[in-house]
Design a protein. Structure first.
Lengths: 561, 563
């Protein structure tokens, strides 16, 4: 069902119907004032030309002025009410999404696999908000206005009312249909061409020096030009239906004008209409087309928001995915268990029946350090996510002592196993708070000490407020190496019994990477924690007790000689 | 913000013809609006004033109206049909200009982060110009065509109404500017709060996997709600102010139309005016304000486009390093001398390399060694003439005993013609493997014995053997990717094939297993045997040991936190 994600996303916003109705009311009032202004002006002028006493024109004069003012004022109120309802919907949507994802059984695989989706969720939420302001409200307003203005004309001359309604309907249906077609073509052709152009442009910019030196810049620019031509072709294909929609509006206006002229001329001749009424019937409907013409833009917004709504609904569902059949009951154990971390016959993956890694057997005792190597894409990170109890195994078990990680509350689980992902998030808060997420009771002095330990002392000295410095969102203010070190510091302060580290040496100088990993191993041993380090470079794992190898979806124990 | 940037017209040919087309369409539209108003006014006016509207007059009027409607339909169609193409072509022209300029600016600009910004600009940033061209610009041109033409016509029909409109139109920009000025500081503050709160909420949502991994996901739920509500409030506050100027525009426009109608009505009642004129005026009046209202409606959509084009012109204004004019000496005979060369690390307070001096005689095999970040690759870029030294110089001593020439004075093209360079991640262009080896992409590439020999010498033959369609396998954008190690071997095969006297290899064995590494080392020895000058950027001891001489590259950076 095409519309479903939209409906469901709108439901997640808990849209306030009263506020929505108010926005539609003021929107319709704005447009109605516009139509009434045209009608009242026409009546006033024709009636005035018959030179009646001035007093008899007073009502029309006041009406014309009032409609002029009403239009301006109610337009402002409409925009405000529309934004109010959309904004509160977006707030609800954010909170709903967060709560659903957070409270999900802790095994919502999608929440972990979809870093890219999460990264764009902000823009997606905005798109759903735009759906309300630019899609739903204008559509409802146009519907009200179409019926209202047709009825108003029909009050003078029913047949003219019908003609106006038909013309408005042609625009109201044809415009959005053409727009949908344009959007589909754009999605099929233009976005493909656009990404080709982007890739070719990036290719040239990234390899600029080499292309210049080897004299290959010419062919590369030629290739880009070919893609640009494709894009122009695609743009033309998109422009055709949208040009049709544009032309259709003009045609609708023209048709309404001509048909009301003919009909009212005939009715006037038959004596069914007075002269001012003729003017009203001919001139008033023209103003009604402004809001109907806006339906094409509304349709474009609906199309645009649909993709966003689909992603948002998928995220919300992922958080609430029902537990697999035969799974353990809801997490209950609040106490972090003692004992050895053990994986038996473990199979894990993101899609059902498609395990990334299977048949894993692994033990990690407190005070022990083990390594996990394998080429990139072998499933090392997936395995870690399962060992941390963050995704449910597809087969086999992960236990500490005799307790399955799945039976722990999330706090107890985190107290047992801490997983420091390679792409873990640096929060837009202070350096200190970024360490405290791993250990709430960390003191400032301890934090400084641990930052020194990971080689961030120079960096720390350069920060304006030291450990209290706010980091930017997404941490674009720190370099890849600094980020990595900060995450290692997080691992060092964690009080969990087992620490799982993903690629600690990535983005670091090889020597520095080895050194830091060795430090982490020593620190974990000293504190009696179990440490598992994942790397694609085996030489960083010197100092571990044992090295496992993940390859071709299975795991072998290579031991250490 | 300038409404129409003259630089845009100067740089983009596609924009010029589009602007002319749109202006012409604006004039045609004005004529259509005027005729429509006059014809309808005549028909309705004749009816209403009790005049005899003959069937013939009605028929003629309707025929003219039908023609006018057809013209309006055509104008609307043409406008939309070509707006997006003009936008696409203008964007393509600007994109080409940016890319060519970024290429000319060289690796230094890239290291300073300029290339990343340019990349953002050419991939997404410039797309904002579409709304500018397709929506905003046509309306802006209507304001300077339709509005004045209709105003003049209105003056002929009824000068009193024309004066009312002439007096009220300037009020629109005046009020908008006034409101904008008065609320500027307030909205800037609001916008900042709003952006800040929004970023904080999104930060928690995007950081949720991390919070979950650390068992901290429940605490911030309340914080998300608080921040979201604060963000909502801040946004609503911003919106209230931001919509004020739009409201002023709408109010002045509609109120003016109403004033015109009332004034016309009262003069008609007094018998000072003809009904047909009055009707024509009230039909023309809203059309005079329409382009202004549309400009207001699309103003914000256009702002992103204007910002994007500003960034383009700022980037194009960055001066490119000058090229030399002297022809390069023959590198089979010339020696290259680095004389105390230092390069300031971009945006940092250290030099990498610092004080680098060496002499590279023809036919030598030399390795540049040193830790990460010492400036080995930068030294190679200096030798290539891509990066200018901040201190010191590079001299080229012609073998015939002529005067040494500073590299800066040498014409780059003649220099590069004699150099084969394989960077760490050699590029693949869209085409077949063979085309990439031969660097000829016209679809007529033929495998020659020389090419095969070069592939063998670089151990690239075995890579080709494993590809699905061998030499005809499409690679690069849209084709399959080769690994970095495979690409390095391809680059090496090119080096063998083209036979330039100077060869620069940047970490040619970095991504290879031991067996392949051994083959590559053998290839490098072979290059030496061919009498070619080889400069290696080397990390691995096996590679360094291959060179006859090695030079340590140093930087003045703080040493990494190594033991």
């Amino acid at each position: 069902m095409r519309g479903r994600p939209l409906v469901r996303a709108i439901r997640l916003t808990g849209l306030n119907i009263g506020q929505l109705a108010a926005a539609v009311f003021f929107g319709a009032l704005t447009q109605a004032a516009s139509v009434a202004l045209a009608g009242a002006s026409a009546w006033l002028i024709v009636r005035a030309s018959q030179m009646p006493p001035v007093l008899s024109l007073q009502v029309a004069v006041v009406g014309v002025r009032a409609f002029g003012i009403t239009r301006g004022v109610s337009r402002y109120i409409e925009r405000l009410t529309a934004h109010r309802v959309a904004l509160s919907g977006m707030t609800n949507l954010r909170v709903q999404l967060y709560e659903r994802m957070a409270s999900g059984s802790g095994t919502g695989a999608a929440t972990f696999k979809r870093g890219d989706v999460l990264a764009r969720v902000g823009a997606d939420i905005d798109d759903v908000g735009d759906l309300v302001v630019r899609g739903i409200i204008p559509a409802l307003v146009a519907a009200v206005l179409m019926i209202g203005s047709s009825l108003a004309v029909a009050a003078f001359l029913p047949l003219a009312g019908l003609a106006v309604f038909v013309c408005l309907s042609v625009v109201a249906v044809g415009g959005p249909l053409a727009t949908f077609r344009a959007a589909r073509i754009s999605e099929l052709m233009a976005s493909a061409a656009r990404s080709e152009v982007s890739a070719a442009s990036l290719g040239i910019i990234e390899n600029a020096s080499e292309l210049r030196v080897s004299g290959q810049l010419g062919p590369a620019m030629e290739a880009l030009k070919t893609h640009e031509e494709q894009l122009t072709k695609a743009t033309d294909a998109v422009a055709r239906p949208s040009a049709f929609a544009n032309a259709l509006t003009e045609a609708g206006v023209g048709l309404a004008l001509i048909s009301t002229l003919i009909l009212s001329a005939m009715a006037w001749r038959a004596g069914a209409l007075t002269a001012p009424e003729v003017a009203v019937i001919v001139l008033m409907p023209l103003a009604a087309f402004e809001s109907v013409a806006g339906l094409s833009a509304a349709a474009a917004q609906v199309y645009k928001s649909r993709a966003a709504a689909t992603r948002i609904v998928a995220l919300a569902d992922a958080g609430h995915s029902p537990a697999p059949v035969g799974a353990a009951p809801a997490p209950a154990i609040r106490q972090a268990p003692d004992g050895v971390l053990e994986a038996k016959n473990l199979s894990v993956g993101w899609q059902e029946d498609r395990p990334v890694v299977q048949g894993v057997a692994l033990t990690l005792a407190p005070g022990q350090a083990i390594g996990l190597v394998g080429r990139s894409g072998a499933g090392k990170t997936t395995l870690l996510t399962a060992l941390a109890g963050l995704i449910e195994p597809q087969a086999g078990s992960v236990t500490v002592g005799d307790t399955s990680l799945g039976n722990l509350t999330s706090e107890a689980r985190a107290g047992t196993v801490a997983f420091i992902a390679e792409d873990a998030h640096i929060f837009a808060t202070t350096v200190l708070e970024n360490l405290r997420v791993a250990n709430g009771s960390l003191s400032e002095d301890e934090a400084v000490a641990v930052l020194r330990q990971v080689g961030l002392d120079h960096w720390l000295e350069g920060l304006p407020d030291g450990i209290g410095t706010l980091l930017g969102s997404g941490a674009d203010t720190i370099s890849g190496g600094e980020r990595r070190r900060l995450l290692l510091a997080r691992a060092l302060v964690s009080q969990a019994r087992y620490i799982l580290l993903d690629e600690p040496a990535e983005h670091l100088d090889p020597a520095a990477g080895k050194h830091l990993t060795a430090q982490l191993i020593a620190a974990a041993r000293a504190a009696g924690r179990g440490l598992l380090v994942v790397s694609h470079q085996e030489d960083t794992l010197a100092g571990t007790d044992h090295v496992y190898r993940v390859d071709e979806a299975t795991m072998t124990s290579t031991g250490r000689t | 913000m300038k409404p129409l940037d003259p630089r845009l017209i100067k740089h983009a040919r596609a924009a010029r013809s589009y602007i002319v087309l749109t202006a012409v369409l604006g004039v045609i539209m004005s004529v259509a609006v005027v005729f429509q108003a006059l014809v309808v006014a005549r028909l309705v006016g004749t009816l209403a004033s009790g005049g005899e509207l003959t069937a013939k007059a009605l028929k003629n009027g309707l025929i003219i109206l039908a023609v006018i409607v057809a013209v309006r339909v055509a104008v609307a169609w043409v406008q939309e049909r070509f707006a997006h193409r003009a936008a696409t072509n203008t964007i393509a022209e600007l994109r080409g200009a940016v890319i060519r300029h970024v290429v000319a600016l060289g690796p230094r600009f890239e290291a300073e982060g300029g290339a990343a910004k340019a990349a953002q600009l050419v991939t997404r940033g410039l797309d904002a110009l579409d709304a500018y061209f397709a929506r905003y610009l046509p309306q802006l041109l209507m304001v300077v065509t339709v509005t004045p033409i209709l105003l003049v016509v209105a003056g002929f029909v009824d000068w009193v109404s024309a004066i009312i409109m002439f007096a009220t139109i300037p009020l629109i920009p005046i009020f908008m500017i006034l409101i904008g000025r008065l609320t500027e500081a307030y909205s800037a503050r609001r916008l900042k709060t709003m952006a800040h709160l929004g970023a904080q909420v999104m930060d928690l949502i995007t950081g949720l996997p991390t919070l979950k991994a650390l068992g901290r996901e429940h605490g911030p739920a309340g914080r998300v709600r608080e921040l979201s509500q604060a963000h909502q409030k801040a946004t609503f506050g911003t919106v209230k102010i931001a919509f004020l100027s739009g409201a002023a525009l709408e109010l002045i426009a509609t109120l003016s139309v109403a004033l015109v109608a009332v004034s016309v009505g009262l003069r008609l009642q007094a018998g000072h005016m003809a009904l047909v004129d009055g009707l024509a005026i009230i039909m023309i009046a809203p059309e005079i304000y329409l382009p202004l209202r549309n400009v207001g409606a699309h103003f914000h959509a256009s702002a992103n486009g204007v910002a994007a084009s500003n960034r383009v012109f700022d980037l194009l204004a960055v001066p490119a390093p000058a090229d030399g004019t002297r022809a390069a000496p023959d590198l089979t005979k010339a020696s290259i001398v680095f004389d105390n060369v230092s390069v300031q690390a971009p945006g940092r307070d250290y030099q990498a390399p610092t004080g680098l001096s060496f002499r590279l005689p023809p036919g030598s095999l030399m390795a540049l060694t040193g830790p990460n970040g010492a400036g080995k690759s930068t030294a190679a870029a200096v030798l290539l003439g891509l990066t200018a030294p901040t201190e010191g110089r590079v001299l080229v001593e012609p073998g015939d005993g002529g005067e040494p020439i500073d590299l800066a004075q040498i014409d780059r093209r003649s220099w590069w013609e004699q150099i084969a360079w394989a960077p760490q991640r050699p590029v693949l262009l869209p085409g077949t493997v063979l085309e990439n080896l031969l660097e000829s992409y016209d679809g007529e590439a033929e495998l020659t014995p020389e090419a095969e020999a070069a592939a063998r010498a670089a151990s690239f033959s075995e890579v080709v053997a494993e590809l699905p369609s061998g030499w005809r396998t499409p690679v690069g954008q849209g084709g399959i990717g080769l690994s970095v190690g495979q690409r390095q071997r391809l680059a090496l095969a090119r080096v063998f094939l083209r036979g330039e006297p100077l060869v620069i290899l940047d970490e040619p064995t970095a991504h290879l297993d031991a067996a392949t590494e051994a083959q590559i080392l053998e290839s490098i020895t072979e290059l030496g045997r061919q009498g070619r000058t080889v400069l290696l950027v080397a990390h691995r001891p096996a590679l360094v040991s291959q060179a006859h001489t090695s030079v340590a590259v140093e930087s003045t950076a703080f040493s990494e936190a190594t033991p």
